[in-house]
Design a protein around this ligand. Structure first.
Ligand SMILES: [Fe+2]
Length: 289
């Protein structure tokens, strides 16, 4: 196994590992170490891996989430969430135009059990567009001025899937994305804005620019402005890795210390289909490691 970090602050290319084999022992430990250290692991040439093998590989990292949206489920594989435009309904969290606002997030932050890690395997990709951006929340936190870091350490964020629903509506995706409105109605979930990584204690910002809709004890408007400013700092180009997909790429990321965002593609004229498995969080989300 070879782990080659990129030039960006996050992301590493992993070769010599096949997702067809469930990692164990030292291989699993090396992958866990690399996942925390680099945030995003890219495994090229995994196109022959079957859905069942992807599920088996993913379970090495913890229990998997079962897909809740019927139209995003891969039949026969309740753990596989199909992202893209090839199904009965569109499943996308990207802006509808090239300069549109992004949806930076960490998976399932609006749920009682968020996602600890996610794995996407690209089955079909458009010739242009549809990249995924990843931003390093260790760097985002560590490059804040000390005073602002101390402030962030004290804040608790209100995360609500309604914020995501509003974003999807603004992109004009609503009618094709949403089934019953109840699909997207959950209760707000509150987490600390800064969390320590359970493996290392290193602190990372933990929020989303659309799904985080408030700060406990703050006026709504002030909170939204704070979140927008924080996003601008946290997700700046210098903190990012941009993944342009090839079919067969698998990308595993650490939702504890990485935000990600989809970028637009031609929804009508091209096909994009990615299979996601989602590892449930099993550690406590807290400021101190
Ligand atoms: Fe996501």
């Amino acid at each position: 196994m070879n782990v080659a970090p990129g030039t960006e602050v996050i992301g590493a290319r992993v070769t010599g590992v096949s997702l067809a084999e469930r990692p164990e022992g030292p291989v699993l430990e090396a992958l866990e170490t690399a996942l925390e250290a680099h945030g995003v692991l890219i495994f090229p040439d995994q196109g022959d891996v079957t859905p069942a093998q992807q599920v088996a590989f993913s379970t090495a990292f913890g229990p998997l989430e079962l897909v809740e949206l019927d139209h995003a489920l891969l039949p026969g594989h309740p753990e596989i969430f199909v992202v893209g435009n090839t199904g009965e309904k569109l499943v996308t969290f990207s802006p509808s135009d090239p300069d549109g606002e992004l949806e930076w997030h960490t998976d399932h932050i609006h749920r009682e059990v968020p996602a600890r890690a996610s794995l996407l395997l690209a089955r079909e990709v458009p010739p242009v567009g549809g990249d995924t951006l990843f931003a390093c929340m260790y760097t985002a936190y560590e490059t804040l001025p000390a005073e602002k870091r101390a402030l962030c350490d004290r804040l608790e964020v209100v995360n609500d899937v309604a914020g995501l629903g509003a974003y999807i509506s603004r992109q004009g995706h609503e009618k094709i994305h949403r089934g019953d409105p109840e699909d997207l109605i959950e209760n707000p979930v509150i987490w600390p804005l800064v969390r320590a990584h359970p493996r290392t204690g290193r602190r990372a910002l933990y929020f989303g620019n659309q799904v985080s809709v408030g700060i406990v004890g703050w006026e709504a408007e002030e909170a939204l402005r704070f979140i927008a400013d924080l996003t601008e700092h946290a997700c700046q180009t210098a903190h990012r890795y941009r993944h342009g997909w090839n079919a067969g790429d698998a990308v595993l990321w650490d939702n504890r210390r990485v935000l990600h965002a989809g970028t637009p593609y031609d929804l009508q004229g091209t096909r994009r289909r990615l299979h996601r498995t989602t590892v449930r969080e099993t550690a406590e989300i807290r400021l101190v490691g």
